[in-house]
Write a protein that binds this ligand. Structure first.
Ligand code: HEM
Length: 455
């Protein structure tokens, strides 16, 4: 069955199809003001395996149809430990796909802990703890202490002081875009803005930016052979990248102990928790968390946002004509649509029910933010990219618990700046090639996206 209609008719069709539970049995083709999004229902319930990396490499439309099926038919679904997690003792995890369940688990850290094991699917191996045992893998009170050390650098007030700098970088990048020839927007624009901003906030000199980028690509892209060749162990590559980033932190940090500046590394090396300075491992893992989280996520929100606006070019024109009124909602929609962080894990400290499923102490749950962000019970027309979407309390930055993204205000400002710069100086452009998807079950990312801007 194929539906091909105008925007309003399409919206009506989605509603009709959804309510008649036909959505999983038919192929729905939507034509919305020229853009096309096709939900392809190709996997039966038993064929869906979130632990298979190939699942995450499926076309977006197939993946989305499978997640919709989980939400409808098995909203809390058990999966075996992924084979690539190298954790022979792992007992698998429960994947949580509905919005309200994700938000509820996020808000009950006493039951759903971030500290037991880790927030990645596998528990952190001993040797990783030194580099990745950061606050994201802790619970209160330790989490609160650690977060307060850096939170001042990320408040809206502090970020207002950074705003001009973010605007300037964004404008320089857009100004450098070539006209009339294909170019890859990921390295030239999407990767550079967040990388430069977080490096400047941390006090990393400009000539070390690419050093940081290469290592952060390895840490979050270790299963993709563009970043780690197949004959190299991903774990070894991640460890090496972490050791090298730590060396950079030590180099910058030792100078900041003597002469503190107005950067986050100075705050870290001079911080005290209960009268004690942070340990070497705490410093290393803090630095790595901030530089990696600060650039990988926002980069993919920008790339996927550009991709979406290429597909939904009428939305780009609508935003262009109403920049003042639409920038805030458009930025939120880009984050909802892209959902760059696919999940975080929690581990039960006691037996509890999620939905109808009873989960035992010690078992793991995965919060699938991207799925929550398409929950039909929360978002009207969830597969429609709508720059004016109101009431968009998405889960892109987490489920509103104590670990809610520290960099959310920063990311929003970066997105607003880069898209405003694009809207101002690029009236027409198009995506001219299939985007290259990052091979990952954790980061929803694009490695390359070829675009041509009209002369
Ligand atoms: C569009 C961009 C971004 C997205 C989608 C994103 C997403 C997320 C998500 C889903 C979490 C986990 C929330 C939870 O467990 O409840 C998180 C945590 C975090 N994010 Fe972001 N993030 C983005 C940008 C940034 C930036 C620019 C920074 C800057 C350094 C940053 C730093 C962090 C940190 C430090 C945490 C851990 C917070 C904690 O454990 O208390 N993020 N982010």
């Amino acid at each position: 069955m194929e539906v091909h209609t105008t925007a309003d008719e399409s919206r009506a069709w989605v509603t009709v199809l959804r309510s008649s539970v036909e959505l999983d049995r038919v192929q729905v083709r939507l034509s919305l003001r020229g853009a096309v999004f096709t939900l392809r229902d190709e996997l039966g319930l038993e064929e869906i395996d979130l632990s298979d990396l190939e699942f995450w490499a499926l076309p977006f439309e197939v993946r989305e149809a499978a997640l919709a099926k989980l939400r409808r038919e098995r909203p809390v679904a058990h999966f075996d430990e992924p084979t690539w997690s190298f954790d022979e003792n792992g007992t698998g995890y429960w994947a949580i796909t509905k919005y309200h369940d994700i938000a509820r688990v996020s808000r009950e850290p006493q039951i759903f802990s971030s500290a037991r094991g880790a927030v990645s699917i596998r528990d952190l191996p001993e040797e990783f703890l030194e580099f990745f045992g950061s606050m994201i893998n802790t619970d209160d009170p330790r989490h609160g202490y650690l977060r307060r050390i850096v939170s001042r650098a990320f408040t809206p007030k502090r970020l207002t002081q950074l705003e001009d700098r973010i605007e300037t970088i964004a404008q320089e990048l857009v100004h450098g875009i070539p006209r009339g020839v294909p170019f890859d927007v990921v390295p030239t624009v999407a990767a550079t803005l967040p990388l430069r901003v977080i490096c400047e906030m941390m006090g990393v000199p400009r000539d070390r930016e690419s050093y940081v980028l290469e290592r952060s690509n390895i840490i979050l892209g270790a299963l993709d052979d563009e970043f780690v060749p197949v004959d190299r162990s991903p774990d070894e590559a991640i460890m090496m990248a972490a050791i090298e980033l730590t060396a950079l932190m030590e180099e910058i940090g030792s100078e900041r102990v003597q002469r503190p500046r107005n950067d986050i590394t100075s705050a870290l090396v001079n911080a005290s928790v209960d009268g004690e300075a942070l340990t070497a491992a705490e410093l290393a893992s803090f630095f790595i968390l901030l530089v990696v989280a600060g650039n990988e996520t926002t980069r993919n929100a920008i790339s996927l946002g550009i991709h979406a606006l290429g597909q939904w070019s009428d939305e780009y024109q609508r935003w262009r004509q109403n920049q003042e009124s639409l920038t805030e909602t458009a930025v939120e929609e880009i984050i909802r649509w892209s959902s760059p962080v696919m999940f975080m894990r929690r581990t039960l400290t006691q037996r509890a029910c999620v939905g109808d499923i009873e989960i035992l102490e010690g078992e793991k749950v995965l919060l699938l933010y991207g799925s929550g962000n398409r929950d039909e019970e929360i978002f009207r027309d969830p597969y429609r990219f709508d720059v004016s979407r109101a009431d968009n309390r998405h889960l892109g930055f987490g489920g509103f618990g104590p670990h809610y993204c520290l960099g959310a205000h920063l990311a929003r400002r970066e997105l607003a700046s880069i898209f405003r710069a694009l809207l101002r100086s690029v009236p027409h452009w198009s995506v001219v090639d299939e985007p290259a998807q990052l091979r990952s079950n954790f980061i929803n990312g694009l490695k390359h996206l070829t675009v041509v801007v009209e002369e």
